[in-house]
Design a protein around this ligand. Structure first.
Ligand SMILES: *[C@@H]1O[C@H](CO)[C@@H](O)[C@H](O)[C@H]1NC(C)=O
Ligand SMILES: *[C@@H]1O[C@H](CO)[C@@H](O)[C@H](O)[C@H]1NC(C)=O
Length: 900
């Protein structure tokens, strides 16, 4: 029985085999045909055409900017055996043209030696080429060889293939016995990044893809191979700025070569045949190498360009886009300049030192770094002015995303040395902050030795130094997940409110994903004061963290219940309410949850609870929108006993779901309420004293904190202690407009290469700069019991995108510049004569955004070089406006201004 079944199945298998065998043979036959796209021993003539064009991103149909390269190929199969083959390829009658302008140039300088392609099982493996050829031509030969890469079976999933574009994911689609389509995605050489911005909103977006169509004769010989690729390159925050580069590479069969058999190399193996060529040739992989010629900055020096720009570099241009533009244009040259060149500039332009140190910081090379230290730092003999400029250099350096590692090492080394003089405390603070920020931006491996040393240094400082707050700020800049626990410990246990607040501020800078359930419980413990009382700023920061972690409906409900609790700190309640309302305004999902939770709570959802009377405000406003950048402002004014305790205005750049902080200005005060007093006399007569009234007297102090693109600078202290305050307020010095921050810093910073199928190299560089001029004015009268603050910010920003693509004989260039000068003023009037009243006004005047675009085509290294430039400019004007803040603010403004 069992035996019979076995015999049966054997019969079945053999029958199946007899059916399948011809099919298997057929597949074999095709693979064999694939092995000879160029039949063994034959000569084939082809026409090759490569066209590269720069297309507009969208909209109108401007003039075509493209170049074409055409040549005739003679392909000889000079050696073949089994599944291996060696092809000899010769180019002739080559010419380039500016396609739309119908300008054509013969290329007669092409070397007349052929190159070779070795194929194994029909797949090109190597290019054997003349060593003296230039990189672009070698890449072109690799591109031609890559067109011969073809498989004759559809693929189920994506496969990996190596060709001129490096390792790519490919998919084959066999349409018929003579038509095959190949799709390429994710090629390694489409993403050769030299530098990039880790902050998505300041980065670029790139979409690349390529399709290759093959047409074969009935017996499998190549008739046509045509590759079409598209690279769409844009600014993430402004998708209408950028380029679309399209490349077409077509190999078209023209004729069968002469009658006679092509002379064959006589070597027994492919290796031996290749070996026989090596006297004049070298073997190369298919994968291309960048042709650096495309990105060379020719015949210019930093010195010369700097001298030409001196007018725009004057201090009075800080805050203007002309300075930002000059800055972005100088940077490429500065990045290849050497230390003596920088030192010469510093020496010869002492009046431009402020702008020069900004530039040196943006450069991020050791040459620029060492020049700055060599020029300004003279140990204990360093002058006060030099100390300031060195700090300014460090602040500019801090926004860098790719500092040379030696810079980090030097800064760390500097911190290890004992201070040269006691007046160097601020410099050391700046070195510490810059080192911490740069370490984060460098994205060092968690086990990197330098990172470990820096981490230990900061944690030791937090635990024991006389100034732990400074180290908490440095840890905020480092944002190393391994330091969260130490910060959390300070936040919950430090007896100094300042340190707990600094630790929480640092924790708030981490991505919310860094936190888990145990962290949430600790933040809740701070906010709800479960174990003990906390400073009001510590509580609001803990709240921010809880909200960033996305509360559940239940957790949100608990927060709302808190509003109806008997906590007497109505400013904190106001903060909670304002923050919840703001989130509901910008996030529809949160709004639904918020409204549902309110609906279930009659004890909260009433005027008594929701009409909180605190002066604290939290709000966000859209400052500008596409076609300009999508930018918003986040303002938090935390008031305590009628005095601004912690205020901040932050500018956020949005790109899709990503956002990046471009600038944040913070003001903090402590101990001032004892001078001004709480206007709410009736509140004091209440039966339960507000929590904070139980706290001990704090030192009278005020200062300003600035962070530029997330890099927290060392704070600027206005006064520390009552005596200093008196000097300020009564000396009248505080009532003049004083510059608070003036600098030009790097924003966008991206550079990359892409290799096209034709072997052409594409180089793309995006540099952006922001020049900020921030002025502040504070007047304060104890006699009239009022105070006015005015903050004026002028920003000039510029983005320069430079793209060049081509090869030895032709190239296309696109330069896009974007200029913008947003201005903003914030005015706050505080009246504490009887009841506390605060009126804030936020205004921005009319703004202009200018975008200019120049596309050029060049025919070069030919008898009569040719160039054509096409220019266009677009402007966008947005009207000036006053931002509506909130109802309570309006009411108070009406009251205050009625008396003035
Ligand atoms: C840094 O600058 C100093 C002073 O000019 C010079 O002596 C030193 O060699 C420089 N260091 C490096 C590594 O270039
Ligand atoms: C800018 O905002 C507008 C309107 O909200 C939106 O349609 C657009 O996609 C945003 N642009 C970017 C780059 O995020």
């Amino acid at each position: 029985m069992q035996q019979r079944r076995q015999t049966n199945s054997r019969k079945m298998i053999s029958r199946l085999l007899s059916l399948l065998l011809p099919l298997l043979l057929l597949v074999n036959c095709c693979a064999a045909a694939g092995a000879s796209l160029i039949p063994a021993g034959s000569q084939q003539l082809f026409a090759l055409r490569s066209k590269v064009s720069l297309e507009p991103l969208a909209g109108s149909k401007p003039e075509d900017v493209s170049y074409s390269f055409e040549t005739q190929l003679k392909i000889n199969s000079v050696w073949s055996k089994d599944e291996e083959q060696l092809l000899e390829i010769e180019l002739s009658k080559s010419r380039v043209s500016a396609t739309a302008q119908q300008k054509e140039r013969e290329i007669d300088s092409l070397p007349d030696r052929p190159f070779y392609v070795a194929l194994v099982q029909g797949q090109p493996q190597q290019v054997i080429a003349h060593t003296s050829r230039d990189q672009s031509l070698l890449n072109l030969e690799r591109g031609i060889a890559s067109l011969l890469q073809l498989r004759l079976a559809s693929s189920d999933g994506a496969e990996n293939e190596l060709d001129v574009s490096g390792h790519c994911r490919v998919r084959y689609h066999v349409k018929s016995s003579t038509r095959v389509e190949k799709t390429k995605t994710d090629c390694a050489l489409w993403d050769l990044r030299v530098s990039y911005h880790p902050e998505q909103a300041l980065g670029v977006s790139k979409q690349s893809q390529e399709q290759v169509d093959y047409e074969l004769s009935a017996d499998g010989a190549l008739l046509r191979a045509e590759s079409t690729e598209t690279h769409r390159l844009t600014l993430t925050a402004k998708p209408d700025v950028g380029s679309v580069v399209r490349g077409r590479l077509r190999l078209q069969h023209v004729a069968q070569g002469g009658q006679e058999q092509v002379p064959q190399l006589q070597q027994p193996t492919l290796a031996a045949a290749i070996e026989s060529l090596l006297e004049w040739y070298r073997v190369f992989e298919l994968e291309a190498d960048v042709d650096g010629v495309i990105s060379e900055l020719q015949e210019q020096t930093l010195q010369a360009q700097f001298e030409r720009s001196v007018k725009d570099l004057q201090a009075e241009h800080v805050g203007k886009s002309s300075l930002a533009l000059t800055f972005a244009q100088l940077l490429p040259l500065a990045r290849i300049a050497k230390q003596p060149q920088f030192e010469a500039l510093l020496q010869s332009h002492p009046r431009l030192a402020g702008q020069l140190v900004d530039l040196l910081g943006a450069v991020q090379t050791y040459d620029a770094h060492n020049a700055s230290f060599a020029h300004f730092y003279k140990g204990s003999d360093t002058t006060a002015q030099s100390l300031e400029l060195l700090e300014k250099y460090l602040q500019a350096l801090a926004v860098g995303t790719h500092p040379e590692r030696r810079i980090l090492e030097q800064l760390f080394d500097f911190l290890q040395q004992p201070p040269a003089h006691k007046s160097h405390a601020k410099l050391r603070d700046s070195v510490l902050q810059t080192l911490a920020t740069l370490t984060r931006q460098s994205g060092l491996d968690a086990n990197d030795q330098l990172l470990q040393q820096i981490r230990v240094h900061l944690l030791e400082g937090l635990a024991s130094a006389p100034e732990p707050v400074m180290y908490a700020r440095a840890l905020q800049n480092l944002r190393d997940p391994q330091t969260i626990d130490a910060l959390l410990q300070q936040a919950t246990q430090s007896p100094q409110p300042q340190l707990a607040v600094a630790a929480l501020q640092a924790l708030k800078a981490y991505p919310a994903l860094s936190y888990a359930e145990p962290h949430r419980r600790q933040f809740e413990s701070i906010f709800y004061q479960r174990q003990r009382r906390f400073d009001s700023s510590a509580r609001t920061l803990a709240l921010d963290l809880l909200l960033a972690m996305r509360p559940s409906a239940e957790q949100l409900g608990q927060l709302l219940d808190y509003l109806a609790s008997n906590d007497r700190q109505f400013e904190i309640k106001t903060y909670v309410l304002q923050k919840l309302r703001m989130l509901a305004e910008i996030c529809p999902r949160f709004r639904a949850m918020f409204q549902a939770a309110l609906g279930q709570r009659a004890h909260v959802n009433n005027y008594h609870v929701l009409g909180q009377r605190g002066l604290t405000t939290v709000l966000t406003r859209q400052l500008s929108q596409s076609p300009a950048f999508n930018e918003s402002l986040l303002s938090t004014q935390e008031v305590y006993q009628g005095i601004l305790k912690r205020g901040s205005v932050e500018f956020l750049l949005h790109a899709g779901r990503a956002e990046a902080s471009s600038f944040k200005l913070g003001i903090y005060t402590a101990g001032l309420s004892s001078l001004v007093g709480d206007g709410d006399a009736d509140e004091r007569n209440g039966q339960i004293p507000a929590d904070d009234e139980l706290e001990q007297e704090e030192t009278v102090t005020a200062g300003m904190e600035i962070s530029v693109q997330g890099a927290q600078l060392r704070p600027l202290i206005f006064f520390n202690g009552q005596t200093e305050l008196m000097g300020h307020v009564w000396g009248g010095s505080a009532s003049e407009t004083t510059p608070a921050y003036q600098a030009t810093t790097l924003a966008q910073d991206h550079e990359q290469y892409i290799i096209l199928a034709s072997g052409a190299t594409l180089h793309w560089r995006v540099l952006g700069a922001r020049s900020v001029d921030l002025n502040g004015k504070v007047t304060f009268s104890l006699w009239n019991r009022n105070a006015q603050t005015e903050i004026q910010q002028n920003t000039g920003s510029a983005v320069v995108s430079h793209l060049a693509v081509g090869f030895t004989y032709a190239k296309l260039v696109q330069d896009v510049t974007l200029r913008h000068e947003p201005k903003l003023s914030l005015q706050a009037d505080l009246d504490f004569y009887d009841n506390m009243k605060l009126c804030m006004q936020l205004q921005s005047p009319e703004q202009l955004l200018t975008q200019s675009n120049e596309r050029s085509v060049y025919l070069q290294s030919v008898e009569k070089p040719y160039a054509k430039h096409l220019r266009s400019t677009r402007t966008h004007k947005s009207a000036g406006r006053t931002f509506a803040l909130n109802q309570k603010n309006n009411e108070m403004c009406n009251i205050i201004h009625a008396y003035s």
